[in-house]
Design a binder for this molecule. Sequence first.
Ligand code: B12
Length: 212
Amino acid sequence: MISESLYNEYLAALIEGDKKKCHKLVKDLLDNNISLYDLYVHLFQGSLYHVGHLWEINKISVATEHMATSITESVLTLAYPRIFAADHKGKKAVVSCLVNEYHQIGGKMVADIFEINGWDGYFLGANTPKKELLNMIQEKQPDMLALSLSIYFNMNSLYDVLNDVQKSSPELKVIVGGQAFRWGGRDVGEKFPGVEYVPSIKDLETLLLENE
Ligand code: B12
């Protein structure tokens, strides 16, 4: 678990732009065997939601928010040695954000959860055009496709992509998740049978264990 004082120390360093301190705090946590879940959800996600709130109420600038995001993207890589140490099972997942979706950290975490559970997680990143995504699915022939959505206004793009994916790869298991679903769309499985809304990376781990 992450103590409140450590969380506050990390958050202050993040907002200050003290990358060195953020790196040290995260490295110490990893050396002390913190679970990836605690690190990703309680430290990285928690602090970014906090940063988003401070930005929303005009307590910090857009530039500070961008700086905090960039530091988070760099400290995420500190967990790579642990993530890539997992035994691989020969299963593959393509993980992507859709076109006009620039929030990519949640999707990156999802790809890491696949990796640590022994899957190859091919992460395509932010703003991926539909055609490129469909091509990658043909190329990699994944066992699962995971789509991440943060902006609710992008829900129609999601439906458009799901339509085409179900036509070109009818057997492919598709899961969706991300903050956009706070505002609606959790009934996606009714519109697209077989597509599953997965609320969190904890639920994703459970799903992967069930799929072993
Ligand atoms: C950083 C950030 C940005 C950065 C993103 C850069 C990057 N490299 O990713 C930039 C500057 C690009 C950005 C832009 C915008 N942003 Co912004 N942004 C944020 C911020 C501060 C953090 C996002 C983040 O990384 N969170 C941390 C990650 C780890 O959390 P997460 O995405 O929720 O992911 C977790 C889960 O949801 C889940 N998950 C995610 N995807 C999936 C998928 C599957 C399959 C599964 C199982 C799970 C899962 O797992 C993750 C780990 O637990 C948020 C604040 C917030 N509350 O998040 C606002 C926020 C998301 N942004 C917001 C807005 C409004 C915008 C803009 C429209 C602002 C503007 N006026 O330009 C633009 C839109 C750009 C676009 N078209 O995408 C709003 C969205 C509100 C809404 N109603 O949709 C938020 C919530 C801020 C706010 N409080 O208003 N933003």
